[in-house]
Design a protein around this ligand. Structure first.
Ligand code: BTN
Length: 263
């Protein structure tokens, strides 16, 4: 199916998340556009989609490779009744939605890498970038940006990503209909977002842990110049990883990159 505004609207009709879709052939970044629309009053559930991004944004000021005709670049505007410190938990909710979608597509060897990556056989297939705007009364809006590598061939990745990134096409050997993938993504997200609104992160935790597969495993956490190692004890109600460090002290990890170490 063609990746156009009409086909997107047709396929997403009836979903609360995606009820309003704005499609662009090219944007600098869907997150930038979604923040602009949210500031102008776009309602919860508005979704911004681009076929290509000139300045796709990754975490920690990294760039997100965003060629045309290949992948999904999607940003969802949310206005949940939560406190600003809880906003990063939505990254974990989105990770669960992506992992459940890919599992439903029959993909194996999937893991969620805290806080925002979904990997297949250790290679990144999806990244999530959450941006928040708060007001005096709490969250004004949250923009949840999802980049999912769908039909990238190995040779399409920048050389620096060749060994660390993958796509659904590479993993399954077939081309995927991006309209079907985005509609599945928003469907799964809507389901898990409702669970989150009803029960908070604890309602999502068990599924997150099942996909992350990190309980009891040794990890290394790198944040700026700092690196720490420990063994994962769990993930708390706020979505922070709890690990036991070398001194036996429980530490909360709220930021940084987490790497699994060989046992
Ligand atoms: C990361 O893993 O570093 C996060 C990558 C997030 C990329 C997506 S693509 C759609 C949305 N728009 C952006 O500019 N970034 C996010």
């Amino acid at each position: 199916m063609n990746f156009t505004e009409e086909t997107l609207k047709e396929r997403l009709a009836g979903q609360r998340i995606g009820e309003l879709v704005r499609y662009f052939r090219e944007l600098d970044s869907t997150n930038i556009m979604a923040c602009r629309l949210a500031r102008d009053g776009a309602p919860e559930g508005t979704v911004v989609v681009a076929d290509a991004q000139g300045k796709g944004k990754g975490r920690l000021n990294r760039a997100w490779q965003s060629p045309a005709g290949r992948n999904l670049y999607v940003s969802i505007i949310l206005r949940p009744p939560i406190d600003p410190p809880s906003a990063p938990q939505l990254t974990l909710v989105a990770g669960v939605a992506v992992a459940e979608l890919l599992t439903a597509c029959g993909l194996k060897h999937l893991t969620i890498k805290w806080p925002n990556d979904v990997l297949i056989s250790g290679k990144k297939v999806c990244g999530i970038l959450t941006e928040i705007s708060s007001a005096a009364r709490g969250v004004d809006f949250i923009v949840l940006g999802v980049g999912l590598n769908v039909n990238m061939n190995r040779g399409d990745f920048e050389p620096s990503l060749g060994d660390i990134a993958t796509s659904l096409k590479i993993e399954t050997g077939k081309t995927h209909d991006r309209i079907a993938v985005i509609s599945g993504l928003l469907n799964f997200f809507e389901t898990w977002y409702k669970v989150f609104l009803r029960a908070g992160f604890p309602g999502v935790r068990d599924t997150w842990l099942r996909h992350a597969d990190i309980l009891g495993r040794p990890i290394r956490v790198v944040f700026r110049e700092d690196a720490q190692t420990g063994v994962v004890l769990g993930i708390d109600d706020d979505g922070a990883i709890v690990m036991q460090d070398a001194d036996g002290t429980a530490q909360r990890v709220i930021a940084g990159d987490v790497y699994l170490l060989k046992e």
